[in-house]
Design a protein around this ligand. Sequence first.
Ligand SMILES: CC(=O)N[C@@H](CC(=O)O)C(=O)O
Ligand SMILES: [Zn+2]
Length: 351
Amino acid sequence: MEEEQRDANNSWDLIHFSLLDVASIESRSGEMTSSHFAEEAPVRRVALFGGTHGNELSGVFLVKHWQQEGEPEIRRPGLQTKPFMANPRAVEKCCRYIDCDLNRVFEKENLGKPLAENTPYEVQRAQEINSIFGPKGSRDAYDLIFDLHNTTANMGSTLILESSRDDFTIQMCSYIKIFPPQGALAPEVCPVFLIEHPHLKYATTRSVAKHPVGVEVGPQPHGVLRADILEKMRKIVRHGLDFIRMFNAGQAFPPCTIEAYKIVEKVDYPRGKNNEITALIHPDLQDQDWRPLHPGDPIFLTMEGEAILYEGETTVYPAFVNEAAYYEKQQAFVKTVKEALSARGIRVSQN
Ligand SMILES: CC(=O)N[C@@H](CC(=O)O)C(=O)O
Ligand SMILES: [Zn+2]
């Protein structure tokens, strides 16, 4: 991403940092200690999932590598890190999924369903994953899962969070975004995408862990490996693991506020009578993920050359623009809004 946006993001962070209201942070916490740090359990069991979608090859390739190499890159003192291929049958076929999207089936209902002959492969696999890394929502669940994805959209290195109340993952994102030398991925920014929403949230594979973290790096076509994209994903994982190690070792992290993009709406393509797509993503919107979309800006282009405009009343920030995997989900892009995400100060509990 370009300098301009990075500067904008940084100044935005700074403004909100200086406005940080410590009293409101304190009021969120019953457990706050006298020095204003919430104590959290150590994060000891961490899984690295690749191949949740079998054609998103950065994660597939990294997980295969880490499994072979005996994990030197991902080993950290006091941490158990497990690289894991989430959908091996889809990986083998280099397709997103076999029967249904694995990254949508982790509702409690599916996880507890008795298996039958016609149970989709991914639902069976979800139950296996839940028994290895969950059970979802229980004390026995893995502490944290990094779930590695690629997108065909120009989203850069995006971190996906599921909850605005998960101090640990917000602190981790803050560390990855802004810590020395100038942010782990400098000069690139690392947008944080929040999928918390009453209807739009989906039941992800990583949601079996206590702290789910999605890593979404693009643009990369499905079924293709790009060295630049792989390197970005790898850096995020390394810095994420460093953060966990420092936290477990007793480092305290002060309250922080980061900029996030929160999902507000999915937008479908214009469609004709037989539900066929009648317009393409407009060239002015293509590759413009995380850039402001203002009322009146073009979003689609018909075959007759007519621009279809964004008719909303407020500026939004599009993401997953022209994601290949979302044509079947009837989704051309998602609208997000900027939101400040605050976390309490945290440090590891001693008992
Ligand atoms: C392109 C793609 O697969 N994106 C992921 C996003 C996520 O992991 O939350 C998905 O739709 O499951
Ligand atoms: Zn994916």
